[in-house]
Structure formats: structure tokens, C-alpha cells
Design a protein around this ligand. Structure first.
Ligand SMILES: Cc1cc2nc3c(=O)[nH]c(=O)nc-3n(C[C@H](O)[C@H](O)[C@H](O)COP(=O)(O)O)c2cc1C
Ligand SMILES: O=C(O)C(=O)c1ccccc1
Length: 354
């Protein structure tokens, strides 16, 4: 009997995706799974990890590896964070509450989406032990944007992750085919609730460095720029006092034909100097995380795998997905002869011949 047909919960990420697909409305599965255009970038993210090889060191007596990291002052038991994804209540009635509890159980950082279906206060209250960062799409109405930032601060979020790859919304043809435009009745983006109404989320073409400068001036939270792929954007980012860069192509959901994130990573790392670089997109194995860290990422984040865990088995499923990844990172570090991610470096990564 396979993991997909048995009654036991799945024991692999692939099994979780199959179980999620079986449980979700097809339109919701495709909303989570899909990418922009021809999904070239969506596929490229995973494929690029497959083209990289690991070149372990031997006989180093490294002991059982440590997988914990400190990022911008937040501690995490593993270098695999939860990327911000919208609409968790499509996957599980508890929605982002369940995800935050899974983050607390596994000791990782959850980046809560501005488009969450549970408000940031309720997410924080549901999982007092969880380290939360808040993802922000700066809105043209700065007074409203500031109110959202204040809510995130008051809820205890430890960083702001500003998504900069979305001056417009990418077109995902799977969504178009299903006619998926809106959340079902009863669900909304709770972080957009403001003075008795729920504001529409604007992906603004006017977003610019001025917004980052403004944000830097109104909050003391560390600012992470999410969606930087071009090294030309690194110097202005550093000039604006950002605390970290997150190399991301939005999981292939915005502009199609962007490079795989792991291929874009080295140039960003080279330009970033001491500023920590994170990566998301296509991380499905501990070996993927280890490859990205060997190429200079301080940590990685996963989007869809957590949604599959959540849809398949709620909080328990999300926690299981994260724990599977943590255990795989530990094993990959051990088999590379590393005591921690600090022992990784580009010399441990090679390229498959074809
Ligand atoms: C269903 C879904 C919703 C997403 N919603 C957001 C969002 O609200 N804000 C954001 O910055 N990124 C969002 N993303 C992008 C993720 O943060 C992340 O960049 C991407 O999912 C990483 O790739 P992976 O899914 O291959 O791990 C979303 C991704 C998915 C799959
Ligand atoms: O679907 C997404 O990728 C996303 O980023 C988003 C943003 C706002 C509302 C819903 C989803």
C-alpha cells in the first residue's frame, strides 16, 4: 500500500501533496500549486536543485550536526522557514492558527502573509511560542499601511518582510481556467480589516525605494526585501538599511521565465556582503536547503509544502512536513561531514554533467 492510498498520514512531502490534492477543491489545489504563464519558472525552481550535486567531505568527526540558526534576532531550530502564503483557511478551518502552532512545535519562523485568512493578532494568540515575521505589500494609502505595521508590531512580529516582486499580480492560468478570483463567503484577508471594512489588497505599480525609506523611518523592526533577483538591486537595498534579502521569484507565480532562485542566489550573495541572504522557491528536500546554504543562503523558506501538510492533516500535517525537512537537513549535513551550516561552502556543491 502506498502513502497516498493508506489510512496513515503521509510520510513524505510527495505523499502530503498527493493527500492534499485528494482533499482540496480542484480550484483551491490549483490556486496553491499553480504558477504564472507556462509555469517555466515554477518547474525551474525544483529542477535547478536537481542539477546541483553535493561533494561531501569525509573523516571530519563532525558529530551530530546542529540545525538551529539565529536570523535577525529570531531563533529557529532549523534553517527552513515558512514562506508567506495566502489563504490558509482554504486548506484547513484553523488556517494560519494551525500553521503558527506547527511553527511553534517545530521551532521555526513563520512569515505570516498580509493576505492571511486569520488576523495577525489571532495568529499570535494561537501560538504564543511561535516566532512570527510579517509579510507586507505596501499599500498606496500609507496611513493604512502604517496601521497594518502597527498591528504586526503589537502582535509581536519580529521582522517585516516586504514583498517587492509584485508591482502587479501575475496571471496564473490555472486560476483563470477555474474562474478562481475570490475567497469563498465567510473568508477574507483579516489583516486588511480596517475601520469596519475589509480593504482590497493592492499590488501597486507605484511601489518604489521611497516606500522602503518611508517604512525604515516608521518602524524599528528589521526589514527583509522579498523577491530580489537582480544583483543591481542589492546596493540600493543596502543603502536603505535592509536587514536581509530574500531571493525569491514568488514560487513562479509572478513573472514567468525568471531564473530558478538557486541559480540567481550566488550573484546576490556576492553583492550582499555581510547582509544575510535567504532563499525560497522549489525547496523540497533537506539536500535542497543544504545546497542553498552552501551557496551562501543563511536559511531557506518553503511555501507549498506547508500548504500540503496543512491541507492533508491540519496542524499535525504542517508540523510533520517541517519536521521531515529538519531531519533531512540534519542528515544531509552529517553526510557532508558538517557540524552545522557554518561548515558549508561553495566547494561542497557541484553541477551534474547534464
Ligand atoms: C498559494 C501561495 C500563496 C502565496 N501568497 C504569498 C503572499 O501572500 N505574499 C508573498 O509575499 N508571497 C506569497 N507567495 C509566495 C511564497 O512566499 C514563496 O515565495 C513561494 O511559495 C516559494 O516557493 P515554493 O512554494 O516552491 O516553496 C505565495 C505562494 C503560494 C504558493
Ligand atoms: O497568490 C499569491 O501568490 C499572492 O501573493 C497573493 C497576494 C495577495 C492575495 C492573495 C495571494
Amino acid at each position: 500500500m502506498t502513502a497516498t492510498t493508506g489510512t496513515r498520514p503521509p510520510s513524505t512531502l510527495r505523499g502530503f501533496e498527493a493527500a492534499a490534492r485528494a482533499r482540496l477543491e480542484p480550484a483551491h489545489y490549483d490556486y496553491f500549486a499553480g504558477g504564472a504563464g507556462d509555469e517555466v519558472t515554477l518547474r525551474a525552481n525544483e529542477a535547478a536543485f536537481g542539477r546541483l550535486t553535493l561533494l561531501p567531505r569525509v573523516l571530519r568527526g563532525a558529530g551530530v550536526p546542529r540545525t538551529d540558526v539565529t536570523l535577525l534576532g529570531s531563533r529557529a531550530a532549523m534553517p527552513v522557514l515558512i514562506a508567506p502564503t495566502a489563504f490558509h483557511r482554504l486548506a484547513d478551518p484553523e488556517g494560519e492558527r494551525a500553521t503558527a502552532r506547527a511553527a511553534a512545535t517545530t521551532g521555526t519562523i513563520m512569515i505570516v502573509s498580509m493576505a492571511a485568512t486569520v488576523g495577525i493578532e489571532a495568529v499570535a494568540a494561537a501560538a504564543p511560542g511561535a516566532a512570527l515575521w510579517f509579510q507586507l505589500y505596501p499599500q498606496p494609502d500609507l496611513a493604512f499601511t502604517e496601521r497594518v505595521v502597527r498591528r504586526a508590531e503589537a502582535a509581536g512580529c519580529e521582522a517585516l518582510v516586504v514583498t517587492v516582486d509584485s508591482p502587479a499580480r501575475g496571471v496564473r492560468e490555472r486560476e483563470v481556467e477555474h474562474g478562481f478570483h475570490d475567497l469563498p463567503d465567510g473568508l477574507c484577508c483579516e489583516n486588511l480589516r480596517d475601520g469596519g471594512r475589509v480593504r482590497p489588497l493592492v499590488m501597486s505599480p507605484d511601489i518604489s525605494w521611497r516606500d522602503i525609506a518611508w517604512l525604515r523611518g516608521i518602524t524599528t523592526l528589521p526589514i527583509v526585501l522579498k523577491g530580489v533577483l537582480n544583483p543591481l538591486d542589492v546596493p540600493p537595498a543596502l543603502d536603505h538599511g535592509v536587514a536581509a534579502l530574500l531571493v525569491s521569484n514568488h514560487g513562479g507565480r509572478q513573472l514567468d521565465t525568471l531564473p530558478a532562485t538557486v541559480d540567481a542566489l550566488p550573484a546576490i550573495v556576492a553583492a550582499a556582503g555581510d547582509v544575510p541572504v535567504l532563499l525560497d522557491g522549489g525547496v523540497r528536500r533537506g539536500t535542497d536547503a543544504v545546497k542553498a546554504m552552501a551557496l551562501g543562503a543563511r536559511a531557506v523558506a518553503v511555501g507549498r509544502p506547508v500548504l500540503w501538510g496543512l491541507a492533508a492533516d491540519g496542524e499535525r500535517g504542517a508540523a510533520r512536513v517541517l519536521e521531515l525537512l529538519r531531519a533531512e537537513v540534519e542528515l544531509a549535513l552529517a553526510l557532508c561531514g558538517c557540524a552545522s551550516a557554518d561548515d558549508l561552502g561553495p566547494a561542497l556543491v557541484g553541477r551534474a554533467p547534464c
